[in-house]
Design a protein around this ligand. Structure first.
Ligand code: G4P
Length: 283
């Protein structure tokens, strides 16, 4: 779901979040493991004060495993509970179950001291568009469960998915908006496909991606396309166009098409497991 954000969207999304936050104990925040900072909206830290917090590094299957670990450590040091997950294939779901209990231990203890027994923890999934919120809810809660709440008109009230006797999940995720103030954030979100491609110059963006891959993941482009990485990004794009037969009419090389090939391969993990933001740089 590629969504562009305008002030109206943001106000609505924020208001909805604030309403839903009143109902829950725990925020399960999804970030994209390939861009864990750019795919976050830091406003959630203010909105979610006094809530238990769990960060899921989703799409961990597409990200560099060493960086997944580094980001896990980074967020853990900041006081979050963290789990790496692959919602598409169900990886990490058991760990999420366990971590929910861990993250809410304080609340469970508090309830017990007050004599409240068996009140389930209520949780909400939140994140910017395309991080995998729906996929996670479906995988985690089981498809049948999640569906009931999606039928329009079934009920106007909130739908809760009962995960077990201890945990209930709000069936509609909280939608956060990306923070575009830093140009790099926009570029990275575009690289992973979270911004409409036709809003950006994909050829220029591909040169940035090539530059990044050459420096941080040397060898991956050479391996996939047989290009010489010591050449400039433009030369690499040209070689890729040749290697993949990206031609316009009249045998002219089609750079835009070659950029599209690189983005498709990158987004689907065919170039390898790549992380565009490294935790070491952010400490
Ligand atoms: P959202 O609700 O946050 O907007 O995201 P959504 O679940 O719609 O997921 C966005 C895309 O990300 C989907 O791909 C989904 O399959 C993919 N995805 C979600 N979680 C993971 C994950 O852990 N690993 C990987 N590799 N992909 C994930 P799509 O191309 O839009 O749809 P589809 O082709 O999968 O149907």
């Amino acid at each position: 779901m590629n969504v562009q954000w305008y002030p109206g969207h943001m106000t609505r999304a924020k208001r909805q979040m604030q309403e839903d936050l009143k109902l829950i104990d725990l925020i399960i925040e999804l970030v994209d493991a390939r861009v864990p900072l750019s795919s976050r909206n830091p406003d959630i830290d203010r909105l979610g004060q006094n809530k238990a917090r769990l960060i899921l590094l989703n799409k961990a299957d597409l990200a560099d495993e060493r960086q997944n670990e580094a980001w896990k450590e980074y967020f853990t040091k900041k006081g979050f509970h963290v789990v790496k997950v692959d919602s598409r294939n169900g990886g990490g779901m058991k760990a999420v179950q366990a971590m929910i209990q861990e993250a809410c231990r304080e609340k469970i203890e508090r309830d017990r001291r007050r004599g409240i027994k068996n009140r389930p923890v209520r949780a909400m999934v939140a994140g910017i568009p395309n991080v995998g919120k729906s996929t996670f809810i479906n995988t985690f809660a089981g498809k049948a469960c999640a569906k009931t709440g999606n039928k329009p008109g079934v009920t106007r009230g909130k739908q809760w998915i009962r995960l077990n006797k201890n945990v209930e999940l709000l069936d509609t995720p909280g939608i956060l908006w990306p923070k575009f103030e830093d140009q790099k954030v926009g570029e990275r979100l575009a690289c992973i496909g979270s911004i409409k491609d036709d809003l950006l110059n994909m050829e220029e963006l591909s040169l940035l991606l090539i530059e990044y891959l050459k420096s941080r993941y040397p060898g991956v482009l050479a391996k996939r396309y047989g290009v010489s990485e010591e050449n400039s990004p433009l030369a690499v794009l040209e070689e890729t166009a040749k290697a993949r037969g990206c031609l316009k009419r009249g045998e002219e090389l089609d750079y835009e098409k070659a950029a599209g090939v690189i983005f498709d391969d990158f987004r689907s993990g065919k170039i390898g497991r790549i992380t565009l933001e490294w935790a070491e740089k952010e400490k």
